[in-house]
Design a protein around this ligand. Structure first.
Ligand SMILES: [Zn+2]
Length: 571
């Protein structure tokens, strides 16, 4: 990373010896011009030229204005038919959990057996040799109830250890060699019959290839070590893919590599060596009493305090997920005979008390809430904590918010709460019908009311929640942008649109993954838009997203990614 101090030193020296040449002191390192710029800055939404010096944006305007920033050593880049935007900031993701199983091929996008076959061949071709292969993301609905078969993997990979997690993380698919090396045969006892078990041939009791829940965890542990070094290697391997997707910053919602301390230590070391190509706004999990967590947050804030890595918020959970009937709803689950609303993960009194403690220390909170009752309870708790502490400014985010009662929508703006959504979930994919059968089809149709929230004046951000997903698992911002605009899965033109009233414009979607995430993490003064004085995190796209068909957004190439003024992807 370039040093601003060094630049200052050079400049002062030049001035001491009588610097008369204006062009030298003001020359930019990088100039983008000759095309469209979407700034994410409402005061100055579009431009046609941008200059970057050191790690800062020094000019935003037009060709004639940028001319005085061009010196002999200024690199000039033509935007052409492309689009220059602020770097993408994901507002809720899990970079270690995601990168640990990422091999550069998205299995969750394979929604037919043919696509899955091609994806598996791509994984094989990218991993020559005979070492073990571990990846995650296959879709359950492609297979019968007994899951995929070991011999299907053997046909593609040969006699090799292959372990593939399902997209929801509840199943593993093993090759025959993996089962054999793990000692799993007809006589092998299931860890917990009916819950953690291997799918078996009913006659021979031989394992078929799929393990549910914890079944086969020992095989994965033997071949895919989950120690700090392994996490660091897989995360480092992923960083170029993140840069190629235009990611320049993330809020990480549940760090573990495998411990939280390890996660921050890895980020910090990569940041110091200059290898970290995206900014990390981390979380601290609420796994202890609020006082203990508040002091841990403060200790982390002192140890990890760079412009690339710092803790941002305490992560709390108000409820679970609808698939497990653990989302806390305002109306009962439709498939339950008794009045089952689900349960909160924490009592309202405890949630309120804990948030009050954090607010009194001026520590932001980030609360997982899926069901409408969990969202309402979180808003109530934030309201009470704001009243109790008098702290209206400390940041608060409610994450996911699949179901929000219309009465609660205006409360986000009123209470200064960021609404965070994994917008690629807002398609009529197979999970739509699955979750609809639990909570009611009207609920899933009206889920993710992001446009109403934006129009209410609240801050609405988008983040992928990678690798967690009921269907499409992705870290790629352009897939989220397309889903936000089309309310369909990326590229799925034939798919019916889900609740078209809540679709947003291309500009609103970009702002939700730039400016609005910067607001969420308290960095609007330094990040989130192409504005003079802000840190130079920008992304050059091959096509102008405002001019192309919406279903082409996800396949647009990221030509260049710049972080802190340094080109981290492209050339
Ligand atoms: Zn998450």
């Amino acid at each position: 990373m370039r040093s601003p101090l060094l630049a200052l030193f050079v400049c002062v020296n030049v001035m001491l010896v009588g610097c008369s040449s204006k062009s030298i002191t003001e020359a930019a390192d990088l100039v983008f011009q000759g095309g469209a710029v979407f700034t994410s800055d409402p005061e100055n939404p579009t431009a046609s030229a941008v200059a970057i010096r050191g790690d800062r944006i020094v000019y935003v305007g037009n060709e004639s204005g940028v001319a005085s920033f061009i010196g002999d050593n200024t690199r000039q880049i033509t935007i052409g038919d492309g689009l220059l935007i602020s770097g993408f900031m994901d507002s809720h993701t899990h970079v270690f959990n995601g990168s640990f199983s990422d091999v550069g091929v998205n299995l969750s996008l394979a929604d037919t057996r043919e696509k899955l076959q091609s994806a598996l061949e791509a994984i094989r071709d990218a991993n020559p040799g005979n070492g073990p292969i571990y990846a995650r993301g296959w879709q359950n609905h492609l297979f019968p109830k007994t899951g995929p078969l070991a011999r299907e993997l053997d046909t593609i990979f040969g006699d090799r250890v292959v372990i593939l997690g399902s997209v929801d993380g509840h199943s593993r698919w093993f090759s025959s060699r993996a089962l054999r090396e793990g000692g799993v045969d007809a006589g092998y006892p299931d860890p917990q019959p009916g819950i953690s078990f291997f799918e078996r041939d009913p006659l021979s009791n031989e394992p078929l290839g799929t393990g549910r829940e914890k079944a086969g965890q020992h095989i994965q542990a033997a071949f895919v070590p989950g120690d700090k070094m392994a996490y660091e290697r897989r995360f480092s391997d992923w960083l170029p893919r993140a840069a190629a997707a235009g990611l320049t910053g993330v809020f990480d919602a549940w760090a573990g590599a495998p411990t939280e301390q390890d996660a921050y230590a890895i980020w910090q070391a990569l940041g110091e060596s200059g290898e970290l190509t995206l900014r990390i706004f981390g979380s601290v999990r609420e796994v202890d009493s609020a006082d203990v967590i508040a002091s841990r947050f403060k200790a982390f804030s002192e140890t990890y305090a760079s412009d690339m890595v710092r803790p941002e918020a305490i992560k709390l959970a108000a409820d679970g997920v609808p698939e497990g009937h653990t989302a806390f709803l305002l109306t009962p689950y439709v498939d339950s005979t008794n009045e089952d609303f689900g349960q909160p993960m924490i009592s309202k009194a405890d949630l309120t008390a804990n948030i009050t403690t954090y607010f009194s220390h001026n520590i932001p909170v980030h609360i997982h809430a899926i069901g409408g009752a969990a969202v309402r309870m979180s808003l109530d708790a934030i309201e009470a904590a704001r009243n109790e502490t008098g702290n209206q400014a400390v940041r608060a985010t409610i994450a996911h918010m699949d179901f929000v009662h219309p009465d609660d929508i205006p409360r986000f703006a009123a209470l200064n709460v960021t609404a965070q959504t994994s917008i690629q979930w807002a398609a009529r994919d197979p999970s739509y019908f699955n979750i609809g059968s639990f909570v009611g089809m009207d609920k899933v149709e009206n889920a993710y009311p992001v446009r109403s929230i934006m129009q209410s004046g609240a801050n609405q951000s988008f983040g992928a929640d990678w690798p967690a997903s009921a269907y499409l698992s992705t870290y790629k911002p352009l897939e989220l942008i397309e889903a936000a605009v089309t309310r369909r899965l990326p590229g799925e033109l034939a798919m019916p649109v889900r609740n078209a009233d809540q679709a947003v414009s291309v500009g609103e979607a970009i702002i939700a993954m730039t400016r609005n995430t910067a607001i969420q993490v308290g960095e609007l003064d330094t990040l989130g838009s192409i504005s003079v004085g802000k840190l130079a995190d920008v992304v050059l796209l091959e096509s102008n997203l405002f001019d192309i068909p919406a279903d082409n957004i996800h396949s647009t190439t990221i030509t260049m990614t710049v972080v802190n003024g340094d080109i981290v992807h492209g050339q």
